[in-house]
Design a protein around this ligand. Sequence first.
Ligand SMILES: Cc1cc2nc3c(=O)[nH]c(=O)nc-3n(C[C@H](O)[C@H](O)[C@H](O)COP(=O)(O)O)c2cc1C
Ligand SMILES: C=C(O[C@@H]1CC(C(=O)O)=C[C@@H](OP(=O)(O)O)[C@H]1O)C(=O)O
Length: 376
Amino acid sequence: MLRLLTAGESHGQAVTGILEGMPAGVRLSKEKINSYLSKRQSGYGRGGRMKIEKDCIQILSGVRGGITLGSPISFMVVNKDYENWVEGMDPFEGNLNYKQVHHPRPGHADLAGALKYGFDDMRHVLERSSARETTARVAAGSIAGHILSNFNIEWASHVRQIGSVSIREKEVAFDALKKAEHSSVRCICKQTEEEMIKEIDTAKAKGDTLGGIIEVQISGLPVGLGSYTHWDRKLDGKLASSLMSIQGIKAVEIGDGFEGVVQSGSLIHDEIFYEEKKGFYHKTNHAGGIEGGMSNGEVLIVRCGMKPIPTLMKPLKTVDFHQKTPHDAAVERSDTCAVPAAAIVAEAAAIFVLADAFMETFGADSMKEMKERWKK
Ligand SMILES: Cc1cc2nc3c(=O)[nH]c(=O)nc-3n(C[C@H](O)[C@H](O)[C@H](O)COP(=O)(O)O)c2cc1C
Ligand SMILES: C=C(O[C@@H]1CC(C(=O)O)=C[C@@H](OP(=O)(O)O)[C@H]1O)C(=O)O
């Protein structure tokens, strides 16, 4: 079983993680992990912070000579911005009066977090609720993804919608997703990309923010990852939980999702066929590759809806936490739109779940053992 613990404040020294349960004998590529971390930092619409950071993984344990040992893998990614925050963020010497936050941002964790933990400074909340944490999830997803790559399982993502601008295609084939890699908004269509960029520029000029829709696809999965036998073993349930926990994600759908539920059964279920060479197969994939909580051998398709970024340069109305009087919400700097970045986080979150499900079915101690079981 793969388990991940993450730690770290957004402007603290580093984001760290402990990944427990990786099998022994998996060859890891540092370049691959770092290039994935840098993809998460990119995307049109990001703010000033991404110009400061250059995320690079440092593995502290569990790997020797590029090979996993089966022991917990601990890692960290240094926050370069910490240098600018030492005065307030040093664990022992930090000045607790430094850049206090008293004006909770609607849509962020500020107010509920401060009330829950009894803080009078919402800096304590935002430092940890920040999506800086997703750096650790992307690092861990990338490491876990090395397991799947050994079995020719591939994944990709694209952005379907930003604000009111969306691609026209209802369905996009897995191979077509490669086009998104060359787009600053991870969009497969050049013309729509331009419209998305314009939409982000307009929002930014108004001091406003945008959300959107992401799609992740995973191809090459075997039949039977996950299980129908118990609620907490269902693959769709595990994916939804992992994806929904990403900062800003408010909706998750598998396959045709919300659009599918209003269709009649005769139109929406994927009929089953058999050919000697192919075995059982479907000609359509409305189910998005999961039936009964198990992968069914088709491409897995999952979409996430991300809400607009809560920190607005033209701040929303809020209330001063102490005076209880009306005030503008807190603002320092912020992304205008982080949907392209969230697509990489969503990929990583999905891969993590699938690597875990894969290990459950094909053994977990070593890569050698997994390959032997896979052959059978
Ligand atoms: C990659 C990424 C970057 C984000 N950047 C910002 C940002 O710059 N400013 C902000 O207010 N929220 C940002 N968010 C969203 C907030 O972290 C999120 O809305 C907040 O933690 C509240 O959680 P919730 O939206 O899941 O309820 C970002 C989210 C992601 C995934
Ligand atoms: C640091 C990252 O994203 C941050 C997520 C975030 C938030 O509130 O979630 C707020 C911003 O941080 P800052 O206030 O330092 O500008 C983003 O830059 C990152 O993605 O690595």
